[in-house]
Ligand binder design. Sequence first.
Ligand SMILES: NC(=O)C1=CN([C@@H]2O[C@H](COP(=O)(O)OP(=O)(O)OC[C@H]3O[C@@H](n4cnc5c(N)ncnc54)[C@H](O)[C@@H]3O)[C@@H](O)[C@H]2O)C=CC1
Ligand SMILES: O=C(O)CCC(=O)C(=O)O
Length: 420
Amino acid sequence: MPDSPLLTEASSRLEPALKYAEVSEEIITELQFPKSSLSVSIPVRLDDGSLKMFQGYRVRYNDNRGPTKGGIRYHPQVSLDEVESLAFWMTFKCALMNLPYGGGKGGITVNARSLSKGELERLSRGYISAIADFIGPDKDIPAPDMYTNATIMGWMMDQYSTIKRQITPGVVTGKPISMGGSQGRETATSVGAFEVINTLLAKFEQTPQKTTVAIQGFGNVGATLAQLLSQVGYRVVAVSDSQGGIYASKGLDIPSIRRYKFANQGLQAVYCENSVCNIVEHEVISNADLLKLDVDVLIPAALENQITRENANQIQAKYIFEVANGPTTSEADAILEENECYVFPDILVNAGGVTVSYFEWVQNRSGYYWTAEKVNQRLKERMNIETEQTWSIAQEFSVSMRNACYIHALNRLGETRTSR
Ligand SMILES: NC(=O)C1=CN([C@@H]2O[C@H](COP(=O)(O)OP(=O)(O)OC[C@H]3O[C@@H](n4cnc5c(N)ncnc54)[C@H](O)[C@@H]3O)[C@@H](O)[C@H]2O)C=CC1
Ligand SMILES: O=C(O)CCC(=O)C(=O)O
């Protein structure tokens, strides 16, 4: 077994679900290993004329249920191990949502903010040239993840189409609308999470007006979710980005923070010049402080491994909704359960993104495009069906929602494997 601590940690999640899932040992053994992993070196001409090499990866973890599907991350910490564990989670997320996909993921080890737009475009096109034979609309379909967006997906689709000499919108999702993107994809992960949060908190009779929320990560997903929550009365008291966070016990003015963040590229700007923003009596806090705040709901929406055995005992929130992939380690999970903190897992909470990516792929293949209302209505239906089914499994077996999600996904993966 290769040295893959992140993948080993990710796949350890299967063990507790095995007692209840109706699958054979063989399938479990198969699911411990990625189907195929590709490492590529990407040469990029920088603006100053020099040549720089970047390392990229694409992993197709398991394709029993269909073409592999998953985003592409640009981050300095990206490694093959990280991409494999993200692709593992995609396999279970797609099965949990009953999408006709297996799991995949990609990434480039890069600080995207250090590149000019032209350099970023050359890197993105170079990556697709390097992996073009590994992906395809019936094989493996990339999408956005951290530090990638619709513009980058557009370059990637264009590059793939040039290589294949055929316009191929279904090879990548999360594209600009003008290139075959779907209405609602940009907000899908947040809209899906919002649906799950409302449905599950209602089961605990926790109303928005009585609920305080802290969100780690104020990017595409975290900022939109903060807005959706505050619009219906949740009190969002703390948000953060990679530079740190802000806290105000009376609640933050999310629309004005969003405007400020996107104009200035950092929350730091919000608290440096807060006169422009309607924040009253706020405190500057660190990301570590944010996780330990006395709030009802904690939403990690940035990187993995944020809640660990080192800080789990200091978490005061009663409910954690994992919008990021893999923010809680298994050791932390055990501590949180002991402390009666409910953890709602990533593979359910953030599944809205891949669900609308599926809708985009369906629209690309049929050439018929849906309205934003239709997309959002179908997204909400899907989220509600799987949330309720998972909740029933959790009640039936008296297990955590994480275990219930894995049981549900494993049963689907097992059924397909047996049929095949
Ligand atoms: N974009 C999508 O459709 C989906 C994203 N996700 C997950 O959601 C999470 C966030 O993704 P996006 O919002 O798309 O990314 P993004 O790139 O738009 O935003 C990431 C945010 O996290 C912040 N951040 C980075 N490092 C941090 C740190 N150490 N501490 C606190 N904040 C930090 C950044 O400043 C930024 O505000 C990731 O875990 C991603 O895998 C999951 C499903 C779909
Ligand atoms: O939209 C997609 O296909 C995948 C999104 C993703 O990478 C994720 O859910 O973590």
